[in-house]
Design a protein around this ligand. Sequence first.
Ligand code: IPO
Ligand code: ZN
Length: 418
Amino acid sequence: MFRRLPTAWTRFALAGGVALAASATCWAGQPLWISLGDDAYRLLRAQQPQVVSVTEVAVPVSVGRFGARMHDRVHVVRVDEDWLPALSDAVHRDLHRCGGFVVHDSLGSAREAVQRVRDLALQPEAVAGGKYVINQQTLVQPMVAAVQDSLILQTIDSLSAIQNRYYTTTHGVTASNTIAAQWAALAAGRSDVSVSQFTHPSWPQKSVILTIQGTEKPKQHVVLGGHMDSILSGGMSENSRAPGADDDASGIASLTEALRVLLASGMRPKRTIQFMAYAAEEVGLRGSSAIAADYVAKGRKVAGVLQLDMTNYKGGTKDIYLYTDYTSAAQNDFVARLASTYLPDLTVATDRCGYACSDHASWSSRGFPASFPFEADFNHHSPFIHTVNDTLANSGNQAAHAAKFAKLAVAFAVELAN
Ligand code: IPO
Ligand code: ZN
């Protein structure tokens, strides 16, 4: 089942253009350090030849049990924010994807982040005996059966009806409050479940965190997340229309349905389970970075992280694609076994998306095991993301694809938490 495409190693996905266009207003005058992949770095150098990579690391990227070992090259650069829109345009035009960078507050934190991803990739992962046992069938099977496409469809519909979910707009704030209210309604009547909004000092959109307190090992966290924000390539303003139905209303909707069936079951997990809707992913993984950094600072233990970003556009021939780069090979193997145990009719394959392609990178770069099951292979994901056409209609007005990810998320939460 493990496979890779020959051109994959040159890819460094995501994050983008727009994000950067917005930086002119939001980060003016602030030192701006980014870490980025080699292909994006070369495009930047073509435009700004004086730019130098102050740190350059070769990161071995896992390609699965039987694959050859490949390397990505990741750089740290000081950029002038005015260059960034042109860089984003070049990435879109020449590399047919979004930027693939992480914003850092300082050179020190940028360097630490890239060293950490390299060190982690070099460490053979200890697949601790008994660590990834699958033995919760009695609990998981009924929850998987309870997942309803129609409820996922409703959530995608309501989130994509918000004018945009950009991290600096009033609508982006509305999106955060809408998700917090929906999750709080699901938690009603449960004293062991709480919802909070994580404040980010530099922008108004708050991340949302729902916590199901663990009964036996409450200090250990199982994290399931997706991003709430949306964006348009080419620039955003307060009232731009950016529906983000697939990117990433679908991931939030899959998580919300997983949460619903989990809470409806009345199950009390041994470890603490947290659902997270991150702010500001599209502008350099900023919301998830702040949360993961906070967990490091507080010494919190994270048993595992599952990222759902784009779950409802079925562009590939397989059902679920596990991305093998900047993720945990051992945990990915567990996720693949969860799929074959609980979703035996589904097909699972692998691919790679490059440096910093979604919020899982915020966790894996800090040493926490993360996995990223995704809607399609790299070449066949939704072509509508970051446009006004990222609508439910353009994902076929269905949520059957996103439902597969909700089921996988439930299995992940219960098996890892117990
Ligand atoms: C994204 C796009 C393609 C692939 I393959 C993986 C991830 C990222 C998309 N969800 C996004 O906008 N993140 O910023
Ligand atoms: Zn996304």
